[in-house]
Ligand binder design. Structure first.
Ligand code: SF4
Length: 276
């Protein structure tokens, strides 16, 4: 089976929420002070849930990542910012990210993709991570999936009589740097970069969040459930309602006619909740 075929099958399973098959064997080399029998990476701490909110301490990078990446490459000390400094703003978060090298995703990125849109919006769309086009332009959702998302937002709002376009919402991702070959972000990458997402959400304070795909749902809800189980219902991140729906890239696949209809229903639901 070709690599492309395998990649398509894995992406399909991933969108169904079957993600464990994608896990790779950690290959961190033990340091001289670290016995070989010990695991290279500590187990990821629990994801935040509406009931169990993260603290700045719980969002610190795993100790092993502060000095060593998965392939044994030395990373700069993360020096992670606090969860949400007082009077946080998107500008402060951008300044804190800087030329970020807090996780291994910095190694192959072209541009950090922070997010774009109206910072005073009532709704934030959260995707997984930048793709090739986004990595080149430094903007989220500008490739084929992004064009579909734009059409979905604009057309659904127009049909439902809601006077907004994509320019009125805010769009960002769980991780701000493109994972190599568009692979799914690893849990530690989501944890480290996720705190910037959390700060963005706390700074914007939207009325609702729309999680696009299982990675965004996992980052926000701390769940292992797939999109099919989560979509169409309201969840919460902190006290902000979260609607989960399919990632636009999943909708681009030809066999997903039902998902297209369901995502339209999800979008209608969230737009009416926010703007009516
Ligand atoms: S993905 Fe996030 S934490 Fe990792 S290097 Fe990029 S900006 Fe930094």
């Amino acid at each position: 089976m070709s690599q492309d075929a395998i990649a398509q099958i894995l992406a399909y399973y991933r969108d169904l929420g079957i993600k464990d098959i994608y896990r790779r064997t950690p290959t961190v080399l033990p340091s001289a002070s670290q016995p070989a029998a010990k695991p290279a990476l500590p187990p990821p701490p629990p994801q935040p849930t509406p009931q169990s909110l993260p603290t700045p301490q719980s969002l610190s990078a795993p100790q092993s990542l502060q000095s060593r990446g998965r392939e044994g490459a030395v990373l700069l000390p993360p020096e992670l910012p606090t969860m949400a400094p007082a009077n946080d703003t998107l500008e402060k978060i951008i300044a804190d990210i800087g030329d970020c090298r807090r996780c291994r995703l910095c190694e192959a990125r072209n541009k950090i993709v922070f997010g774009s849109g109206n910072p005073n919006t009532k709704i934030v769309f959260v995707g997984e991570g930048p793709g090739e086009d986004e990595d080149i332009q430094g903007l989220p959702f500008v490739g084929r999936a992004g064009q579909l998302l734009t059409a979905m937002i604009d057309n659904t709002a127009k049909k439902e009589g809601i006077p907004i376009t994509r320019a009125d919402v805010y769009i960002c991702n769980v991780v701000k740097c493109r994972p190599p070959k568009n692979r799914t972000p690893e849990p530690d990458e989501m944890e480290i970069c996720g705190q910037f997402l959390f700060r963005q959400l706390l700074a914007i304070k939207p009325k609702a969040i729309c999680a696009l795909g299982s990675t965004a749902a996992k980052a926000l809800l701390g769940t292992k459930d797939g999109v099919m189980k989560l979509r169409g219902k309201w969840h919460k991140w902190r006290d902000i309602p979260v609607m989960v729906t399919y990632h636009p890239s999943y909708l681009l696949r030809p066999y997903n006619q039902n998902a297209k209809r369901e995502s339209w229903e999800d979008l209608k639901k969230v737009l009416h909740f926010v703007y009516n």
